[in-house]
Design a protein around this ligand. Structure first.
Ligand SMILES: [Zn+2]
Length: 330
């Protein structure tokens, strides 16, 4: 009988994946990160409609980081072990110049990285993005808006998770703790990404734009449990300014550790060039338009949405949709 090739690329349940790691230290590291994901899924279930449940988690052994994806059709999120290894590399690198032990102790950066990647893919599923795309098409603005939607939900749920766990009452401190870890994950992605134009690729916004969106979203989250989308609350503005200062400071430290000067900062350059929201406005406008459909779809069982009768229409710039209680399925 042939024994399975230990180096073969294969998706595994997290527990089986951990079992097949021989090195104790490596297994402990993976375990410390993966054990965060189930409680995070619990928070997603609590705070969002997840009428089709939360997709299963599979770890792909011996896979490059880019293989991480949601397979909507089988209802599973696949995280490549190469992505986890990359998060550990980033975590180790940051330890050379900054001490991040908060909010999750050792490997805080890697842990938040895994939560971020996982939550982002889960929200593509929970928020029914494949169906929204089916109805609205795959234009660049729609795809960017869906990435934006997944990012915003992911950062909100990570923040709520940390808030619940820490319960210190100081929301700005907690936001900064989340952003501090997340910054280094997003920053490393900016350096590695093939997307160099601030307009983004046909499918994804530029990563610096995603970082800007994260700061805005975190600023808007408040203890009332409600967001403040139009920045009418002066506390949101105050939080965004403090967090932008923190981003600039972290960027300086990151570039120094890489022996690069601040003049070369992609983030600094992006923030300057986006001062009139040139690269983010159309995505936000598209999101304003389709978020109502996303909200609506995500409350309905799949069989009620995945049919021709549920198609949303844009008529003269106005959004309309057949009634939820139409004769679908009859
Ligand atoms: Zn995505």
């Amino acid at each position: 009988m042939l024994l399975p090739d230990p180096d073969a690329r294969r998706p595994m349940e997290p527990a089986d994946f951990l079992k097949c790691i021989d090195d104790d230290e490596r297994r402990d590291r993976y375990s410390a990160v993966l054990e965060r994901l189930d409680p995070l899924a619990g928070v997603i279930r609590e705070r969002f409609f997840a009428v089709d449940g939360i997709p299963d988690l599979r770890i792909i052994k011996n896979a490059p980081k880019g293989d991480t994806e949601l397979r909507d059709i089988v209802g599973a999120v696949f995280i490549a072990d190469g992505l986890l290894d990359w998060f550990f590399e980033i975590d180790e690198f940051t330890r050379g110049f900054i001490d991040i032990q908060y909010p999750f102790g050792k490997w805080s950066v890697a842990k938040i990285g895994a939560m971020w990647a996982y939550a982002h893919e889960v929200f593509h599923f929970v928020r029914r993005h494949a169906l929204v795309e089916k109805h609205f098409g795959k234009s660049r603005d729609v795809r960017h808006a869906l990435e934006f939607d997944a990012d915003m939900c992911a950062v909100a749920v990570i923040y709520r998770f940390v808030q619940f766990k820490e319960n210190t009452g100081d929301e700005l401190q907690l936001k900064m703790a989340v952003l501090k870890s997340l910054f280094f994950i997003v920053r490393a992605e900016i350096d590695q990404s093939s997307i160099k134009e601030y307009e983004g690729s046909p499918t994804h916004p530029h990563t610096a734009a995603r970082l800007w969106d994260l700061v805005c979203k975190l600023s808007m989250l408040h203890d009332t449990g409600r967001t403040n989308p139009d920045f009418v609350n002066p506390i949101s503005i105050q939080h965004s300014l403090v967090m932008l200062d923190m981003v600039k400071d972290l960027e300086r430290k990151y570039l120094m550790a890489k022996n690069r000067d601040f003049e070369s900062s992609v983030i600094g350059d992006f923030l300057c060039q986006n001062s009139e929201l040139k690269f983010t406005r159309s995505r936000h406008e598209q999101w304003d338009e389709i978020s109502r459909l996303i909200d609506y779809f995500s409350t309905l069982p799949r069989e009620d949405v995945d049919n021709d009768k549920s198609i949303g229409f844009i008529v003269n710039g106005l959004f309309s949709m057949p009634s939820k209680h139409s004769d679908a399925g009859v």
